[in-house]
Design a protein. Sequence first.
Length: 768
Amino acid sequence: MARMSPAEKIAQLYGVWVGIDNADGQMAPHQHEFARLPVEWEELIRAGIGQLTRPFGTAPVEPRTGAATLAKAQREIVAAGRWGIPALVHEECLTGLAAWTASVYPSPLCWGATFDPELIERMGAQIGATMARLGVHQGLAPVLDVARDLRWGRVEETIGEDPLLVGTIATAYIRGLQSAGIIATLKHFVGYSASKAGRNLAPVSAGPREIADVLLPPFEMALRAGVDSVMNSYTDIDGLPVAADPTLLSDLLRTEYGFTGTVVADYFSVAFLQTLHNVAESPADAARLALTAGIDVELPTVNCFGSPLAEAIESGAIDPALVDRALRRVLLQKCRLGLLDQDWSPEPPILAESGDEASDGHPEEVGRPLDGALDGPAERALAAEVARRSIVLLSNTGTLPLPPATRLAVVGPRADTPHAMMGCYSFPLHVGVHHPDLAMGVRVPTLLDALRSDAAGYSVVHEQGCPVVGGDDEGIAAAARAAAAADVCVAVLGDQAGLFGGGTSGEGCDAVTLSLPGRQEDLLEALLDTGTPVVLVLLSGRPYDLSRQSGRLAAIVCGFFPGEEGAAALADVLSGRADPSGRLPVSFPADSTQPATYLASPLARPNEVSSVDPTPLFPFGHGLSYAPPAWTVVTADTTREWPTDGTFDVHVTLRNSAPHAVSEVVQIYLHDPVAEVARPVQTLLAAPRVDLLPGQSRRVSVTLHADQTSYTGAAGHRQVDPGRVELRVGASSADIRHTAVVTMAGPRRRVGFDRVMRATVTSADVQD
């Protein structure tokens, strides 16, 4: 560092986004004016480059071609600068690597619905291995925002509405990604999901307890996994933009939490301090605020951290020590990645693999994608396993599973499109939509395809009925006629994921109400009026209000966005080949204007002083099975006290009497009758998943730590209180099978970042 010039130092603090433009709306709103590089590539790299932004995720490129181009760029960067420092390469990886021909895994809501961290860790490892093959170093995932308002378009990117579930599943994904040598990036730190009225990038008015007890715990859990990068939230909290808040990005994140990695700016959020938040008077002033707060790297490309920062340092307006502080973090990170090792090679591993030589140019010149280039049998098998595990059976009158040879009318706007299976950060919907003449790059069957080819031998007719948005009476009438002539109607409804108004779910696609988009509710009513049993399959990025139809539907199946193998997984569940085992990571509302969350204080529950009942239609943790296991024994020794610095055990024995494997999620909630502040009526303490073979019985033992009962008290500190608490054990937040009243004994304890946040779970077979 001492030998580097100011220009060389600053160059390490920004990314460069080569190839991006605003053709066909590729750029998000407010971003296109920042996309152009300030100088030509050859001049830009003389001082070095900190990061390369999305070389595979900006435009479709055949993987080996992209890897060869990346290697060439890295060689040029190393040769141009005095110090030979390569660029760190980052990509999006929320539903798999966002690159052409890469696997599209289920969306994060599906991860949450699995309640299976080990499975999600395996998925993260597989995604990381794909990224490492291509020479990518950093992934911009996972999203640790806790869903607060279901109208927010980015609910589909969240893992759920409970901080323990979000933190547990996200940490598993992080462990998997990092096992492949990829840096995971926690986003968005913090408060983004609490925006007013569920509007993207809207102000946040969350109080310090909501931030401390709901929004921050997932980040705390994830930081313990050794994460090396954090991305700031776009929003402002009580008027102060997070990108300019040293209390969050330095005092809390670094001093209290001990984070030593890099804080990277969410795309253009440094420039937004001037253009959107109006707290900076110039790009240089925005750079000063961001560096002072603790942002180390400007992404996605050079703006404020380029010449404006250099000129401000030269004029004395910005302390060069701020640059040195950020630079030290960046260079140490590159050291940890091995980028400064003498034997580092710019050649990505994929170039050393046997196969056809990479073609020059873009996919249009390459032709069809290489079979299995980034989406081989192992990837598809794991994507299918996650999808099957995530499908939630919300209700069933006995129509499911569908008998063989059933005459099916498969209708609805999501039945015959692969887009129904994917979220807004999947490559086909994030980038591929701007290249409509190009093959999608991965095979994503539709549910119509899966049911037509199903081994059960269904007789299938199809009518769309209406698109996701719009439609007419004739289309709805045609769908109703098809339903009337069938044994069962499968109505496939939901969202089109997109970006900034290009869909009904996704970033910038917020909802005014939680009614089904467009005329889909009209379609559903017409189908119900036929008298034919209607099975609703919902493929969406958020829960919707189904209260007016739920009692008349034969069954409701929720898939969220289940990825490239989602159709096969749904067919397995509908046919009964797979027992549904997903559980809701978010509550379904009972009213289109009441975004529900189970994390509600007493005043947020139904009461006599309001005519509005916020009780959800389907609560957090809910999910049915065709053959649920029997809860034979639930025990907790309530005769003993629970020390305020100790543990308490809960035991649950389950038995499977079905002729096939089944699964249950044993959920334990805390109810604290008296606390210093108003707390949620109940909060999740543990949710182990238990798999049972035919005839098997298992005893699950959950050891809870007193730290898990902690909350932010009146003085603003996290504390464990003595006194009576209830442990509620059940199959959902509303299906409580056993309540144990326990007295916590001992002094009030103050706890911090090093507290115990997760229960210990063991299980063993038992004999009946």
